[in-house]
Design a protein around this ligand. Structure first.
Ligand SMILES: Cc1cc2nc3c(=O)[nH]c(=O)nc-3n(C[C@H](O)[C@H](O)[C@H](O)COP(=O)(O)O)c2cc1C
Length: 193
């Protein structure tokens, strides 16, 4: 079974992040061909990177790193749900990515982002360059939620539309295809590196 992991990207009190993260998680759970898990960066208990040796050496000393490594090792593809902070993605998401190296390799990644007019697109552009460096398989498809605060109901709940659901299924189709393809390819790629 292909394992897709959805990673949140904010730990702020009152964060909006959990809304799009839970939304895409529920849609992904409806797929029969994958196992999906929602990873909340707020629950990972990762301090600012505190390993003495860079992750490319895979000499982890801390329990939290070893646990995080196992979680990402055991994934075939990712959806990052990211806010945009000062035209980039959040420091907590960067920190979680920086902890590891091999664990990200040759696995597809797609994005859900939100913010003001640009809908978090500048955050995603930065994530794409990080994906290249960590040898993830960066997918074009993404969901943007521009000016998300204009689409909240009286209780502060974002009003997702059928168009959003259609787009979400589109990115899942692509992600699952590449997760399966890259799972097979990883064996060859890893043995040549
Ligand atoms: C430090 C900081 C910087 C921000 N910079 C941007 C920005 O560059 N572009 C943007 O669209 N929104 C920006 N915003 C507004 C965020 O899109 C908005 O606060 C959003 O709710 C943050 O996501 P979160 O609630 O999940 O943490 C910024 C917010 C913060 C806290």
């Amino acid at each position: 079974m292909i394992k897709i992991k959805i990673l949140t990207g904010s730990v702020r009190p009152g964060r909006f992040n959990t809304q799009p993260a839970n939304w895409i998680y529920e849609i992904a759970k409806g797929r029969t061909d994958i196992h999906v898990e929602l990873l909340d960066v707020a629950s990972l208990n990762l301090p600012l990177l505190d390993e003495p040796v860079p992750p490319s050496q895979r000499q982890y000393t801390k329990t939290h790193t070893k646990e995080w490594s196992k979680i990402i090792d055991n994934a075939d593809g990712f959806i990052f749900v990211t806010p945009e902070y000062n035209h980039s993605f959040s420091p907590v998401l960067k920190n979680a990515i920086d902890y590891l190296w091999f664990e990200w390799h040759h696995k597809p990644v797609s994005y859900v982002s939100y913010g003001s007019l640009a809908g978090g697109s500048r955050a995603v552009e930065h994530l794409r360059s990080i994906a290249a460096e960590t040898k993830m398989y960066d997918l074009r498809e993404q969901i943007l939620l521009p000016n998300y605060w204009e689409h909240l109901d009286e209780e502060g709940k974002y009003q997702f539309t059928d168009r959003h659901v259609h787009a979400a299924n589109g990115i899942l189709d692509d992600l699952i295809f590449w997760a399966k393809t890259m799972k097979a390819a990883r064996k060859t790629l890893q043995s040549t590196q």
